[in-house]
Each structure stands twice: as C-alpha cells, then as structure tokens.
Design a protein around this ligand. Structure first.
Ligand code: PLP
Ligand code: COI
Length: 345
C-alpha cells in the first residue's frame, strides 16, 4: 500500500504504476499492454492533435467495508464511450475489452486504491484518441485506447457535501443545438475552459449551462448533471444537449426506490427559485450541493440580474444526503447492491 495522505487526496494528478494500452489498427485491437512509461509515442500528425478526434470516460473503483474491490457500472461507461466514438467516426473497444482493461488498470495500481474509511476512491479515466497521421478533416482510422487511474478524494476544495456557489453561463455555451453536448468528447470540455476560468476568477465553483437554442431552460453544470429536489420529486432536465450521466441515472433509480417521483423534463430557469435542494451529480463530484446560483448578463459583467438562493444554505439538504449515503453505501458494499451495479473484482 502506498503511503499517501488518504484523507486529503483532492482531485489532482498523481503518478501511479501503470496505464493499460490497446491500439486499433488494420481492423483489430491489439492485446492490452501494461505500460509504466506514461509519455507514450504519438505521431505529430495524429488526428487528436488537430481536429479533436478524442473522447473519454470517467468511472470509479472503491475498496469496500468488506475488503472487496468494486467498480461502479463499467458496462454503462463502455456503452457511452462507444456512442461517443461513433459520433466521432472512430472505432471503439468492445464492452468486454473496455471492462477487462479497467480491471487490469485497477489490479496494476492496487497499491494506490484508497483504503476503506477515507471517503476516497480510484478514479479510472479511459481515453480514446485518433492516432494515424493525417492532414485532412477525417475521422481517425487508427486509435489508441488507454485506461489510466488516479486515487482521488473530494472533487471540490470545499469538501464532500459542502455547498458551493454556481453562476449561469449566459454568454458562453458548452453545446450547440443539434451539436455534441450529449457525448463525452474532449471538444465539449475545451469550450468550457475559458468560461470556467472566468467563473473561478470571480469566486464561483460551478458553471450552469442553459439550453443553447433558447437559453430559457437549465441544461447541466460543466462538470456534472443538474438535479433539483422539490417536495417529494426528484427533478432533472430532459435535454438532448446534456451528458447522460450514469450517476444521475443511478440516483433516479435510488430516488424511485425511496418512493420519490422522478421527473425528467424541461426545467425553466425561473424554477430555480422553487427547489428545496439543488445538486451537481457525477462520477467526480458525486453529489455536490449548490447553495446559490447567480444569473448575470455575461460572466464579465459586474452586475448580477438575479440570485437564486437554495434554502439549504451552508449545509447539505436532507434528501441529497440520503441519496449520497445510499449510492456511496452501494459502492462501498455497505448497502445491498440490489440492482447489480457493482463489478466485484
Ligand atoms: N455532465 C458532464 C458535462 C460531465 O463531464 C459529467 C462527468 O462525467 C457528468 C455530467 C456526469 O456523468 P457521470 O455521472 O456518468 O460521471
Ligand atoms: C467525471 O465525473 O467523470 C468527469 O469526467 C467530470 C470531470 C469534471 C472530471
């Protein structure tokens, strides 16, 4: 076991033992290789460097209360990567290869898998990159699939379940109407970097994007999906420009199991004033409560048009906490995995 400060890992890069690599060439995938050299070779003309022939995934492995190692819903990530790759016109690994390489990655880096009890996990990052040399605007015919991992703790510096402030991004979109918002492609994150930098520089942790066609409905945060609790309802936007979050899908099932009604529908911006609790949800952020959302005409503008204060204030809402404890309990093997979500290594 590595000697790390497991309670304070944050969400930062750390060198681990190995990444797992397979290459798609001449219509087939090579056997996955364990590589300890992370500076691996790429042709300078590879599509990934020019035209963003790049998509990726994010999932987590956990060391349970029972000592077992669990990976949360890797089959879902395999399918989402295949969908992203199809949108980019690139080959994708089969579900079997994807899961096998995730398992290899966890095994090769097992000494970096945080012990139970520190609220930490192993973040697994599979990436798919166009690799053959080219100069035209083409989908890459050859691709590199690499699975890497990092031990992580809280995504937010505020800490787990500490509410953060968000701002609506009115003058920068992450997605276009009929664009790629619902795919986990690198390009979506590239366009969010500049507005994120602006938001951070004026004291906000999260950016809330609206539907790009009308700017009247809530889409999602730059890092995660939007969920709102209103009475006994779990509300989340139905939009074709948001990423289909596996965490959100799981929380919807948990909410329904708890007897809540699950509403997947358009969420008008003004409805932000009606929610009892609002959270960002995703693999990295898990459930991060939102304490307030500012609406500004532009991120650069000094004025705030309206502030939506979420009634939870400084603490996490009761329903959000219950959802959090349930999903984390399942991931840690403390609550029965009745939907068969975890792959036990
Ligand atoms: N939305 C965006 C833009 C994301 O980057 C992520 C993270 O993967 C999510 C939502 C949450 O998806 P998931 O729960 O599958 O991690
Ligand atoms: C994830 O949650 O897996 C993501 O890819 C989001 C990113 C902000 C780390």
């Amino acid at each position: 076991m590595q000697n790390l400060d497991w309670s304070n890992l944050g969400f930062v890069y750390r060198k681990t033992n190995a990444i797992i690599v397979s290459r798609f060439r001449d219509g087939q995938w090579t056997s996955p290789e364990v590589c300890s050299d992370f500076d691996f070779h790429f042709n300078a003309f590879a599509g990934v460097f020019h035209y963003g022939n790049s998509c990726f995934e994010g999932l987590k492995a956990f060391r349970g209360a029972d000592g077992k190692v669990r990976i949360f819903r890797p089959d879902e990530n395999a399918r989402r990567l295949a969908r992203s790759a199809k949108r980019l016109g690139m080959a994708a690994p089969s579900e079997d290869l994807f899961i096998r390489m995730c398992c290899m990655c966890v095994s090769e880096n097992i000494d970096f898998l945080p012990p139970f009890g520190y609220n930490a996990s192993m973040y697994i990052r599979p990436v798919l990159e166009g690799s053959n040399p080219d100069i035209g605007i083409n989908s890459s015919k050859e691709v590199v699939f690499a699975v890497m991992c990092v031990p992580v703790g809280n995504y937010s510096k505020a800490g787990s379940l500490s509410p953060v402030r968000a701002v609506i991004s009115r003058n920068y979109d992450r997605a276009a109407p009929n664009g790629t918002g619902s795919f986990k492609i690198a390009a979506n994150y590239a366009v969010s970097l500049y507005p994120y930098n602006l938001a951070h520089s004026i004291g906000y942790t999260e950016l809330l994007f609206l539907d790009p066609a009308t700017k009247t409905k809530v889409d999602e945060f730059g890092s995660s999906n939007f969920i709102g609790i209103r009475g006994n309802s779990f509300v989340t936007p139905l939009s074709d420009s948001v990423l289909p979050s596996i965490t959100n899908k799981s929380l919807q099932t948990i909410a329904a199991d708890m007897g809540m009604s699950v509403e997947k529908r358009a969420v008008p911006v003004e409805e932000l004033a009606e929610f009892d609790e609002v959270d960002a949800c995703g693999t990295a952020v898990v459930i991060t409560p939102i304490r307030s959302i500012d609406d500004k005409p532009a991120l650069e503008a000094p004025e705030v048009t309206r502030t939506y204060e979420i009634p939870v204030g400084d603490s996490c809402g009761k329903v959000s906490r219950r959802l959090y404890e349930t999903i984390r309990g399942i991931q840690n093997g403390e609550i029965e995995d009745s939907h068969d979500w975890c792959l036990v290594l």
